[in-house]
Design a protein around this ligand. Structure first.
Ligand code: NAG
Ligand code: NAG
Ligand code: NAG
Length: 116
């Protein structure tokens, strides 16, 4: 009984973490958080959002190598924005992440970039 319970619990944790976040690269415990940005957009009727998140920001510079890019989706219901890594990312010092919302849906996502 205890075994079945822990199996179910593990399955639901794995499911939730799969559903709400997307990770590129590997975050190591000594990595520094280089950027955290929350992107929130209200739904557009019969249209969708396509938002580019740039790191570093224009006019800023970054000397660290990115180890991981993590995007959290706060909708938790599969209608949140789909993230794509358009350029850079792990192994580079820059990254462009695109967030594309579902039709007639908004965005409520957080982008985190770690480096070392
Ligand atoms: C994290 O990365 C540093 C630098 O590459 C490395 O020395 C260290 O062993 C890594 N730590 C873990 C827990 O992987
Ligand atoms: C975004 O998600 C956070 C965390 O679930 C929530 O507290 C916040 O109200 C949401 N914002 C919008 C605009 O939906
Ligand atoms: C998903 O969650 C968001 C934020 O809570 C909400 O605005 C949206 O209507 C939900 N979509 C569906 C299909 O339930």
């Amino acid at each position: 009984m205890k075994f079945i319970f822990s199996l179910v619990l593990f399955a639901s944790i794995a499911y939730i973490s799969y559903a709400v976040s997307v990770t590129w690269g590997n975050r190591n415990s000594s990595d520094a958080l280089l950027m955290r940005e929350r992107i929130v957009r209200a739904p557009l009727k019969n249209n969708y959002w396509s938002v580019n998140v740039e790191f570093p920001k224009p006019g800023q510079s970054n000397q660290r190598t990115i180890s991981a890019v993590i995007v959290y989706d706060h909708f938790n219901n599969k209608s949140g924005a789909q993230p794509n890594l358009w350029s850079g990312g792990p192994g580079w010092r820059f990254a462009t992440i695109n967030l594309k919302s579902a039709m007639s849906s908004g965005i409520n996502s957080t982008v985190e970039i770690y480096g070392r």
